[in-house]
Design a protein around this ligand. Structure first.
Ligand SMILES: Nc1ncnc2c1ncn2[C@@H]1O[C@H](COP(=O)(O)OP(=O)(O)OP(=O)(O)O)[C@@H](O)[C@H]1O
Ligand SMILES: [Mg+2]
Length: 253
């Protein structure tokens, strides 16, 4: 059965870093595991963290399908959209990637959204593991373009504001119709005493801390150089921290 994992949190807290390092760990730990990464953040950059090149996002392709002239004569529109969706899948040795893209333009998108939902459901079921890098508003999860989530990681940086925002994401999840299984808090960019200092704020969110990722100079230099986080060495503190988190959650079982 496919395991669906989502990563959420406010802007800049370290969602994409966590998602990329989680996928790095899974693909290296379990040979032969099939992984689909979905970048559902309008400010998409998971591809860079994974070292993959994206030519078109799903939004781009759906936008093209709005133009009747783009559809070849005699081809039904749903077949055309499905064909376009298939084109948007980036395939690589370890991980395949879908990029949702920015908000869609004006006009009703109910029809393509239904197709997208069905497409993602069918596509996802071909993989052992589907990981979704999403944004704080959880747009695709609340609209149910992403079918259901087994494990949700809410990410916060080491600030009281970040933790409060994680609490609001938690409230949002609890208020949604979507099926979401376990929800965990991951605190990133921590120093030695960050978790103790934030303990009261964390308690108010009702979230369970599953671990932290220390501030890692190697993440900073890798990002500064525009290099893939996927290529960080095994002994990087961030890589080790994510490994510990994944083993606690047991998502590889
Ligand atoms: N553990 C860490 N150590 C050092 N720097 C980190 C760490 N985690 C994230 N960063 C840095 O914080 C910044 C934001 O990280 P990232 O892109 O993962 O966040 P995000 O939540 O995905 O952001 P966005 O909302 O823009 O998508 C990046 O510059 C990244 O290098
Ligand atoms: Mg991101």
């Amino acid at each position: 059965m496919t395991k669906y994992v989502a990563v959420a949190g406010k802007g800049g807290v370290g969602k994409t870093t966590f998602t990329a390092l989680m996928l790095r760990h899974l693909s290296k730990q379990k040979k032969g595991i099939s992984i689909l990464a979905v970048d559902a953040d309008p400010n998409a950059n998971l591809n860079e963290a994974l070292g993959l090149t994206v030519t078109a996002t799903i939004s781009d392709l759906l936008e093209q399908a709005k133009n009747p002239k783009a559809i070849p004569d005699g081809m039904p529109k749903d077949i055309f959209i499905e064909y376009k969706l298939q084109q948007s899948l980036v395939e690589s040795k370890d991980i395949d990637l879908l990029v949702m893209g920015g908000p869609q333009g004006p006009g009703c998108y109910c029809y393509p959204n239904d197709l997208l939902r069905k497409y993602l459901e069918n596509l996802g079921s071909n993989y052992d593991f589907v990981a979704v890098d999403t944004e704080a508003g959880l747009e695709h999860i609340s609209r149910r373009t992403i079918p259901h989530i087994d494990t949700m990681f809410v990410i916060s940086d080491s600030s009281a504001r970040g933790i409060r925002s994680a609490g609001r994401v938690h409230d949002l999840i609890r208020g949604m119709r979507a099926e979401v299984g376990e929800v965990y808090l991951v605190v990133t960019k921590t120093a030695d005493n960050s978790l103790e200092s934030l303990a009261d704020e964390i308690a108010q969110t009702g979230l369970k801390v599953i671990g932290d990722i220390p501030l890692d100079p190697l993440v900073v230099t890798q990002d500064l150089a525009g290099k893939a986080l996927y290529d960080l060495p095994d002994d990087a503190v961030s890589v080790q921290a994510v490994k510990k988190i994944i083993s606690r959650v047991g998502i590889l079982k």
